[in-house]
Design a binder for this molecule. Structure first.
Ligand SMILES: Cc1cc2nc3c(=O)[nH]c(=O)nc-3n(C[C@H](O)[C@H](O)[C@H](O)COP(=O)(O)OP(=O)(O)OC[C@H]3O[C@@H](n4cnc5c(N)ncnc54)[C@H](O)[C@@H]3O)c2cc1C
Length: 386
């Protein structure tokens, strides 16, 4: 596998970069500090054909490869991080699992508006008592005539204050094989959306309460036994998460680099101090290594779903490199880095969140260790026979 981009991919990257600089760059700081979904960017990105990149053309997408989607999200996020979230939501997030597995009729109903930037699908998996232990989820879906009745609650769902619909992980029956997913509209009877709470990065989430929430059976995306497929689709979400973490680390690095070239103290530019130079050397190695691991995972996936081990390694490397680069870049920029005048503090807060979201650093390490030892390690307490 070549880790270099092809000529066509280079040209695509160049065109996305030029578009992002011309149409998204000027408002990047404003968007970063506004809590809601960047609907204005969604419209611009849709017009540019950057939504639904890996979704087949017969479903209204662009039929592009995962590599092209990664190029797009990185080029956009490096110029306007908040617009990178739109590329995520419309290419890598719940929409990708939905497009992969939903029945045709359901796709025809939802994809046109999602792909034109008019609507937004959020992922509702995490529950108050089921975070890392996702398979402990309790939200139930019980058949009632031609419908299902949902009962339970979801937390931390990204974009939930703005979402027009949710991909909700539900329990049709006992055990992992009882888990599947349904689409729930924002205005579904029996769904209550709490007022938004804040993440430290300025993003907001609303707790969702399902109280005999009525959902047509036609809204089932994956029935019982669908959990493994959902997690395969979730690996795409992790690739988008990794790509943005890396992009924001690179953005912070480039802002700090310019600062180190221009800012003078003791009569010299900061870049002439060895203590500062070494920070850049260490950041460069971490960012380059993470970028290569991401390229491996994406390159091997081609247009399909990425390998779980390679995705896990790539996400861990990108999350850690992105955060480390943002953190050191902020230090290089002193009080200016710590202020909201530049995007560096935003890069720090966002990259920190991705060390928890989409599989925490610790859970990623657990998964990597399983590959190392070629065996499963249950995280559950061992039951002692009495
Ligand atoms: C920015 C952000 C966006 C998110 N977006 C979404 C979303 O769109 N949809 C959604 O459904 N959820 C979302 N989440 C929730 C996310 O999936 C959970 O936060 C995550 O699964 C961890 O669950 P928890 O927060 O309950 O932590 P816990 O599971 O309570 O874990 C607490 C700590 O213990 C560690 N830990 C837990 N188990 C183990 C173990 N076996 N071994 C070692 N360490 C362990 C964890 O790594 C963590 O550090 C988001 C979270 C964040 C921060």
């Amino acid at each position: 596998m070549s880790l270099d981009l092809t000529e066509e991919q280079e040209e695509f990257a160049e065109s996305v970069r030029a578009f992002a600089q011309a149409r998204l760059g000027a408002d990047a700081l404003r968007r970063a500090h506004e809590p809601g979904y960047a609907w204005d960017a969604a419209k611009l990105l849709a017009d540019q054909g950057l939504l639904g990149l890996t979704i087949p053309e017969e479903d209204g997408g662009q039929g592009a490869t995962l590599m092209e989607a990664v190029i797009a999200i990185q080029e956009v996020a490096k110029i306007c991080p908040k617009s990178g979230d739109v590329v995520q939501a419309a290419n890598f997030g719940a929409i990708r699992t939905f497009a992969e597995y939903a029945p045709r009729e359901l796709k025809q109903r939802y994809l046109p508006d999602l792909l034109s930037g008019k609507s937004l699908l959020a992922l509702a998996m995490t529950e108050p008592e089921a975070g890392s232990a996702a398979t402990d989820l309790k939200t139930s879906a019980v058949a009632d005539g031609d419908d299902y009745l949902l009962n339970g609650s979801k937390v931390f769902s990204t974009n939930s204050p703005d979402a027009t619909a949710f991909l909700v992980y539900v329990r049709f029956g006992a055990g992992v094989d009882g888990i599947g997913s349904v689409i729930v509209d924002r205005n579904a009877p029996g769904l209550t959306i709490a007022p938004p709470s804040d993440f430290m990065n300025g993003e907001q989430w609303s707790q969702l309460y399902f109280d005999n929430c009525r959902v047509p059976a036609a809204n089932v995306v994956l029935g019982p036994g669908g959990f493994k497929k959902q997690i395969s689709g979730f690996n795409i979400e992790r690739i988008g998460n990794a790509a943005r973490a890396l992009a924001l680390g690179q953005l912070a690095f480039s802002l700090a680099r310019r600062h180190a070239l221009e800012r003078e103290q003791f009569g010299r530019p900061l870049c002439e101090f060895q203590g500062i130079q070494w920070k850049f050397a260490e950041m460069a190695v971490k960012l380059d290594a993470a970028s290569l691991l991401l390229s491996r995972a994406v390159g091997h996936a081609s247009a399909g779903l990425p390998d779980v081990y390679e995705t896990t390694v790539a996400k861990l490397a990108c999350n850690e490199a992105g955060f480390a680069a943002a953190n050191e870049s902020l230090q290089v920029m002193g009080a200016m880095g710590y202020s909201r005048e530049t995007l560096v503090e935003y890069c720090l807060l966002r990259t920190r969140g991705w060390m928890i979201a989409g599989g925490s650093i610790e859970m990623l390490k657990n998964r990597i260790a399983e590959s190392v030892f070629e065996r499963r390690f249950s995280q559950r307490p061992t039951t002692v026979a009495s």
